[in-house]
Design a protein around this ligand. Structure first.
Ligand SMILES: [Zn+2]
Length: 296
């Protein structure tokens, strides 16, 4: 069973005119992320609607995908994305699950009400969130309230994490590892998924105290080829164990811009299969871990 736990999907209107769609909603960070690159190069963003997503999953043998919301700057955009996801998972419950997104600026009661609605509508997790990009703190009371619900409902929580040392790119925000450690410690019952290999936070788990503080944390592999050398699979497996690693692609991002004019799943899956992990480790990373995380 191959489960991609980090996929993005947007409404047709956003795909047709990303800049206009974003401008109408005041979502300038997303527009910068998906728009033309500052150096004039083609955007890394690929686009795929629901139909194309399912076709590309079929072509690469991906059984299920977890749709992640975006870390929007406004609560209204979060709600719009959540309603869109509710429709999508209603159409394809066998292939797709979807997470709710939120903006803490809405306040505790509004966030609670929105998440309760999402749960009624069949959404099943929280994320992808990125408080520094959204304009609120990791210690915001509305985020804390949302995390309490996530613990109660056994919803995984996906956070966008960047590496503290690395190149500048559109959408880059600072990643305070100490705040992430504190967040995981404040919410021990929440299963956190730190995206993009947690910005290499797993290597800090060589420190036993850090490993202890992050016992409720998993790491996804989203956008890995754009960020890190392929050895990252083997090395993180050595550092924290394959059971804490979850396959996620960040589709429809073009992970191999020189070779991929269009989004697809197969090339990254081939890289993972060739990364030197054992058959058992691969089965865990590619889907087994997600099933355990969901079921546990
Ligand atoms: Zn991300």
């Amino acid at each position: 069973m191959i489960i991609d736990c980090h996929v993005h999907l947007y409404p047709d209107a956003a795909i047709a005119d990303p800049a206009g769609w974003a401008a109408a909603r005041g979502e300038s960070r997303w527009a910068a992320m998906v728009g033309p690159r500052a150096d004039g190069g083609a955007s890394l963003q690929g686009w795929a609607n629901e139909e194309r997503l399912l076709r590309d999953m079929d072509a690469a043998g991906v059984d299920r995908a977890v749709l992640l919301g975006w870390y929007w700057e406004h609560a209204a955009t979060c709600a719009e994305q959540n309603r869109f996801f509710a429709e999508v998972v209603r159409r394809h419950p066998d292939r797709l699950e979807a997470f709710a997104t939120l903006h803490a600026g809405a306040g505790i009661e509004a966030v609670r009400a929105e998440l309760a609605r999402c749960r009624d509508e069949g959404l099943s997790g929280l994320g992808e969130l990125c408080p520094p990009a959204q304009g609120f703190g990791y210690d915001d009371p509305a985020l804390a309230a949302a995390l309490e619900l996530a613990a109660e409902w056994r919803w995984p929580v996906n956070l966008h994490v960047t590496e503290p040392a690395g190149r500048a790119y559109p959408g880059r925000v600072e990643t305070p590892f100490l705040e992430l450690l504190a967040l995981a410690a404040r919410h021990p019952a929440v299963r956190f998924v730190l995206a993009h290999w947690g910005g290499l936070l797993p290597f800090f788990e060589l420190n036993r105290a850090v490993a202890k503080a992050l016992a409720n944390v998993w790491y996804d592999t989203a956008a890995s080829p754009l960020l890190y050398r392929p050895e990252v699979f083997r090395l993180v497996t050595q550092a924290v164990g394959a059971e804490r690693i979850l396959y996620g692609s960040d589709y429809p991002l073009r992970l191999y811009p020189k070779h991929q004019a269009e989004p697809e799943f197969a090339r990254f899956l081939a890289e993972i299969r060739g990364s030197g992990l054992s058959a058992a480790e691969l089965a865990a990373v590619l889907g087994g871990n997600w099933q355990r995380l969901r079921g546990a």
